[in-house]
Design a protein. Structure first.
Length: 215
């Protein structure tokens, strides 16, 4: 699964790949990864240039000129493929959407189809991505800010630490014996086992006496 450093690497790589070039072609190939009509995805990107690329958590947002934007999430198996081949050549395996400039083509592959992408107006992108639910990005905060936002741990005494002084306290109220000085009732004496073997052992001497006293 791509973590935050990998997503930041993808953002920087996409920023270098797009530069100030105009997007000449774009196509959405998977309706699950790109939940919008294919024509709407292409119309929102073709003829635009990237102005700014931002990352919030694992979300990448590309601000385009003309009041358009592109948002995507890599999911679990998302991977960005950048090459210099023409758009009419074969696409890489598991390619879910791609955009092309005059110099290179950028494809996003996703084997498990858990990533998402959307292109349109900034308001439509914000409604689809729901980025307002996320907090501040970890890389955008300094060490002091992270420590200030970290919740403080409340140290609670353990029960064992409170029970030990209670057992060792000799000044307890009258009438309440200490736990270690409770009177213990004596255990009952063990009873000998009764069974066929024990009965035969008791009957054997009687049989011998009867034999000696008989005729």
């Amino acid at each position: 699964m791509p973590e935050l450093p990998e997503v930041e690497h993808v953002r920087r790589r996409l920023e270098r790949a797009l530069g100030r070039d105009t997007i000449e072609a774009a196509e959405a190939l998977d309706p699950i990864v790109v939940p919008q009509p294919r024509a709407a995805f292409g119309q929102a990107l073709v003829g635009r240039r990237a102005l700014r690329l931002d990352r919030l958590g694992k979300n990448v947002r590309v601000e385009l000129d003309g009041g358009r934007a592109l948002w995507f999430h890599l999911g679990m198996t998302g991977h960005l493929v950048v090459d210099d081949r023409a758009p009419e050549q074969a696409l890489p395996r598991f390619c879910r959407w791609w955009i092309a400039t005059s110099r290179r083509r950028i494809c996003l592959t996703d084997a498990r189809r858990l990533g998402r992408a959307f292109a349109g107006t900034p308001a439509a992108v914000a409604e689809t991505a729901r980025l307002e639910r996320l907090g501040p990005d970890a890389l955008g905060l300094g060490t002091a800010a992270l420590r200030a936002r970290r919740p403080r741990r409340v140290r609670r005494p353990r029960q064992g630490r409170r029970a030990l002084p209670a057992l060792q306290d000799a000044h307890r109220p009258a009438g309440r014996p200490r736990p270690l000085e409770l009177p213990l009732s004596p255990l009952p004496a063990p009873t000998p086992p009764r069974g066929p073997t024990h009965d035969r052992e008791e009957a054997a001497p009687q049989k011998g006496r009867m034999g000696n006293g008989g005729p």
